[in-house]
Design a protein around this ligand. Structure first.
Ligand code: HEM
Length: 296
């Protein structure tokens, strides 16, 4: 019986090794391709490192990024955002938080453990709020859908998973639409942002307070009385500013700025452009502190 087995095994072995050799001989190009892909992926991570070292925020994705390069030819990626009237970020779309149907649960578990390519932090079990799926029946693994992030050479999503997602290009943001409709305000000569910066840096007091008078406490009733362009006050973050000197310098126009005159403009300001540092910009226009309603 044992000798029978030995003879069967020996008769099979040479064929196996031959067929493996054959695969190796037949597919040198494929191997080379794989090597190239590995190299490309390594190159791209180097590129990401270089970009990440630079502190200047690049347009997303960067024109020379591996992400953009690997997406060439895909329908939803817009090559030139300006030509298409879209921002690159919109064309690519942010990662979706909606868990996508996974064809291969093992692969999804691997992705969840290892995270996406590049420098994003890997998902951990603490992110299980993003949607959990039991992997081998016992431990639930976090599932984060990276499938509409432009794939690298290693992790291109299957046609099925990408088609099940809403195409980012079909979801125009209302903010972007509003921006397109809005007309650009032409500032008068001598009223550019640079002119304002120069005026501010001159140290001139633009608050309109009599010289030597310290910052005052201002009630909402008092604030209401100052709602005309020649005498416009607003409260931002609890501080009251004289808007009148700034009106003609405002890139969004006088009319828009006047919408927060005579009242607390914090919310309107923040929903418009919360990245603008009003405290620094209007430092010379500071009048005093807003008295919260109900406080004397
Ligand atoms: C009250 C103090 C305000 C200050 C100091 C201020 C300052 C600025 C600054 C610095 C910008 C240029 C921002 C950028 O390019 O990123 C800007 C733009 C703009 N602001 Fe204001 N703003 C004020 C109030 C308002 C209000 C109340 C509105 C409207 C409700 C408004 C509407 C706009 C708009 C539409 C733009 C865009 C202009 C453009 O790019 O064509 N701003 N503002």
């Amino acid at each position: 019986m044992a000798s029978l087995w030995r003879s069967i095994v020996e008769s099979i072995r040479p064929e196996q090794s031959e067929s493996t050799d054959q695969v190796d001989r037949e597919a040198p190009e494929a191997n080379e391709q794989n090597d190239n892909q590995e190299e490309q992926a390594d190159d791209s991570s180097e590129e990401v490192d270089i970009i990440a070292d630079d502190q200047t925020p690049p347009p997303f994705p960067a024109l020379n990024s591996a992400q953009r390069a690997s997406a060439v030819g895909e329908a939803r990626v817009v090559d030139s955002p300006r030509d298409q009237g879209q921002s690159p970020a919109r064309a690519m779309g942010p990662p979706s938080l909606t868990p996508a149907p996974q064809r291969n649960p093992q692969a999804s578990a691997r992705t969840a453990r290892q995270g996406p390519p590049g420098r994003l932090a890997p998902a951990t079990s603490s992110t299980s709020g993003l949607g959990s799926q039991p992997s081998n029946g016992s431990r639930p693994l976090p599932v984060f859908n990276f499938s509409n992030v432009t794939p690298s050479a290693r992790s291109r999503p299957t046609p099925q998973s990408s088609s099940s997602l809403p195409a980012p290009t079909t979801a125009p943001s209302s903010l972007a639409q509003a921006r397109r409709k809005r007309e650009k305000v032409a500032l008068e000569p001598g009223y550019s942002q640079l002119d304002w910066a120069n005026l501010k840096n001159s140290g001139k007091d633009l608050s309109g307070r009599p010289p030597g008078v310290p910052p005052v406490r201002i009630t909402l009733e008092e604030l209401k009385k100052h709602s005309k362009p020649e005498d416009a006050w607003t409260a931002l973050g609890g501080k009251v500013y004289n808007l009148t000197p700034y009106l003609r310098f405002h890139p969004g126009g006088v009319k828009e700025t006047m919408r927060c005159a005579g009242k607390d403009g914090t919310h309107l300001f923040n929903i418009t452009h919360m990245w603008v540092n009003y405290d620094r910009m209007l430092a010379n226009c500071f009048i005093g502190y807003l008295v919260p309603p109900g406080v004397n």
